[in-house]
Design a protein around this ligand. Structure first.
Ligand code: WTA
Length: 659
């Protein structure tokens, strides 16, 4: 979002009175009271919530352990089980027959699964995993489509204390292999194929390819969920069908009671340098925050039908599909398909059909559906009955005020608050977001931190900045659902998130932000590192550059983001080939080849939208690539910055032209 937009946005939307009257946190006084409670007795605040909300097998006696800071621990001498909290506890509360998951397949088939049924499936699969020798602390990689079975696989790992690492089904064999190796997985769970937009796409074949790339000897078994019955390779010695594994297993499974800080999952995400980082999350603190944010941000009620459109391959799918809603005993929708199949009215049709009350999606999806609705009146949201909705959410990237207004009017009928939730893979759950029954909304602002989240804006030395002045977003105190470490690399964890320059105990989010002079509302101004956000997917420029230079044709590459109306940011790559600079059709051909190459190296989501070829890249005399100039060129703007340190100014003219 541009600074201009931030400064000029003045529309304010107070919470509707009817909503506020029934909300868990009703009115700003209630919000302020919770914030004051956290400020007065920080540990006491969290301890009380942890006791009230979680089922503890053995209660904790210490709340926050700072002895190894910034390797913080929360509630760690308490024992609990995440799957027990999500399933058994709700069945004990009498919700056994309540629908846990309404699953809608790509083609439209609907399956309802009750809490009792889900519990049985999870127990059977957990017993199956145990029969294979999987035990507490083992790592299991999950490479699955959106499915009940995907949720079951994650919950089953949690039940036996195995740590899962879900890899998004759009990642390539190479990305999958890197994650399998880094996490040291002994089991991979996948499906024969996935179905998206009416097409069958391979999954198992990609797993085989990944395992064939080497260093995966630890993987003893590949468990395959039969989704399509299509033609997937099957190695009878190593592979086994999920339905065979669970066939004779008991529908009860004694949970593994783990310490609160036991790693529930490791999820890889992009940083500014090197390979993706394995973000390690805890069990107790993580689940607590998943539940509290369901209560506070989503004001979840027993009668809600909650729909988060994320994939379980991303953190949003972990917290707001697999764990948060189930821990709250919610009925939720799990969707296999894509928003544009069979047409771009799919989301609205599903909201109408399942009477969804809370809808949580990404700005990219909203922007692309605005375009689609403008182009085809038949799939305009006004053709559907969306009156079941009472609350909307947005996640993953800044939502521009235009998209916000469209969402508010056309989907929310000007009656549903919008929770613009700012958070990250590392934070485990929402951090800065409006509370629907309390916070007056301003389009494009994620408003205020949740109670207990000590967010602030500082300069490079860690000094607080006044409202109205943009700076670096930090969190000054540890919170229960925070990242525990980068898997296997405490040093990288410390350097990335708790840098010495900020004192070593302040969490560095990696985003820039500014607070409104009058209201103190936060607006996120974008990443301050070399991380791109394309359609809400995080991508490191270095990863894409490494993929490009691995191609035999490429000598050098620099990747930058450029603003894009639909995807937020788009990937623009500047490439120097080992041969002479191509032009015309040849350039187009090579660009196509390189795009496909990146898809194979990382995954289709990392394909550059644009590739420009140069004889060289703009560099300083010491050989550093001047990315800020490339960013200007990518935007198609004139360079007005000082280029006196540039060694080869002539190159700018060449790189100005798209190929
Ligand atoms: C960006 C996704 C503005 C931000 C949950 C952050 C946002 C990164 C918002 C994390 C928002 C996420 N407004 N920017 N509401 N939500 N971001 O790890 O740059 O995939 O650092 O987690 O997305 O992306 P991640």
């Amino acid at each position: 979002m541009s600074d201009q937009e931030v400064k000029t946005e003045s529309r304010v939307f107070p919470p509707p009175a009817a909503f506020a009257a029934n909300a868990a946190i009703s009115g700003m006084d209630a919000y302020n009271a919770l914030c004051a409670e956290a400020a007065a007795d920080y540990e006491g605040f969290w301890a009380k919530l942890a006791r009230e909300n979680l089922h503890w097998h053995k209660p904790f006696t210490t709340v926050l352990d700072e002895s190894q800071a910034p390797l913080y621990k929360w509630f760690d001498d308490g024992l609990l089980n995440v799957s027990y909290n999500c399933l058994d506890v709700n069945i004990q509360k009498g919700l056994g027959d309540k629908t846990a998951i309404i699953f809608e397949a790509d083609g439209g088939d609907v399956t309802n699964v009750s809490y009792k049924e889900l519990h049985a499936k999870v127990c059977q699969f957990a017993n199956g995993l145990r029969s294979l020798g999987v035990k507490k602390g083992d790592r299991v990689v999950i490479y699955m489509p959106m499915s009940v079975e995907g949720v079951v696989a994650m919950q089953a790992c949690a039940r036996i204390g195995a740590t899962h690492s879900v890899v998004f089904g759009g990642f390539s064999a190479k990305s999958l292999q890197e994650r399998i190796v880094d996490v040291g997985a002994t089991i991979v769970i996948t499906a024969d194929e996935q179905v998206r937009g009416g097409k069958q796409l391979p999954l198992k074949a990609i797993v085989d390819e990944a395992l064939g790339l080497g260093d995966c000897e630890k993987v003893s078994k590949v468990i395959v969920y039969k989704r399509t019955g299509g033609n997937a390779p099957f190695n009878a010695e190593r592979d086994l069908w999920m339905h065979d594994l669970v066939a004779n297993q008991a529908t009860e499974c004694e949970p593994e009671w783990v310490n609160a800080d036991h790693p529930l999952f490791i999820l890889y995400t992009s940083g500014s340098t090197g390979k993706p980082k394995g973000v390690q999350h805890s069990s107790g603190g993580y689940l607590l925050w998943a539940m509290l944010t369901m209560k506070w941000t989503f004001d979840i009620k027993p009668s809600d039908v909650f729909w988060c459109t994320a994939d379980i391959g991303w953190v949003t799918g972990h917290t707001y599909i697999t764990y948060g809603p189930l821990a709250m005993g919610t009925t939720e929708i799990v969707f296999e398909g894509i928003p544009t199949f069979p047409n771009a009215g799919r989301f609205w049709d599903m909201i109408q059909k399942h009477k969804a009350t809370i809808f949580y999606t990404a700005p990219t999806a909203i922007r692309s559906l605005i375009k689609a609705a403008d182009g085809d009146a038949n799939i305009h949201p006004n053709k559907y009955d969306l009156s079941s909705l009472r609350l909307l959410g947005s996640v993953g990237e800044p939502i521009n005020p235009e998209a916000w207004m469209w969402y508010y009017k056309n989907i929310g009928g000007e009656r549903c608050p919008i929770a613009d939730t700012f958070w990250q893979t590392e934070t485990g759950g929402h951090m800065i977001t409006p509370l629907p029954g309390a916070t007056p909304l301003v389009p494009g602002s994620c408003t205020l931190p949740l109670p207990g989240i000590m967010a602030a804006i500082v300069d490079e030395t860690g000094a607080d900045l006044p409202n109205g002045q943009g700076g670096i977003l930090v969190v000054k105190r540890p919170w229960p659902s925070m990242i525990r470490t980068i898997w296997g690399d405490n040093e990288r964890f410390k350097k990335s998130y708790f840098p010495e320059e900020l004192g070593g105990k302040t969490y560095l989010a990696g985003d820039g932000a500014i607070r409104n002079k009058d209201t103190g509302y936060f607006t996120i101004t974008g990443r301050i590192d070399d991380v791109l956000n394309v359609s809400g997917h995080r991508m490191g420029t270095m990863e894409i550059e490494s993929a490009l230079v691995a191609n035999p044709l490429v000598a050098e590459a620099a990747v930058v983001g450029k603003p894009d109306d639909t995807t937020g940011e788009a990937i623009c790559a500047f490439v120097v080939l080992k041969r002479s600079r191509p032009t015309g059709d040849e350039a187009k051909q090579i660009a196509l080849e390189l795009r496909n190459w990146v898809a194979k190296e990382i995954g289709p989501i990392a394909k550059p939208k644009e590739i420009r070829f140069g004889d060289n890249l703009p560099k300083t005399r010491s050989g550093k690539i001047m990315r800020r100039l490339l960013r200007v060129l990518a935007k198609g703007e004139e360079i007005t910055q000082d280029i006196s340190t540039l060694e080869n100014p002539a190159i700018l003219e060449q790189l100005k032209q798209a190929q």
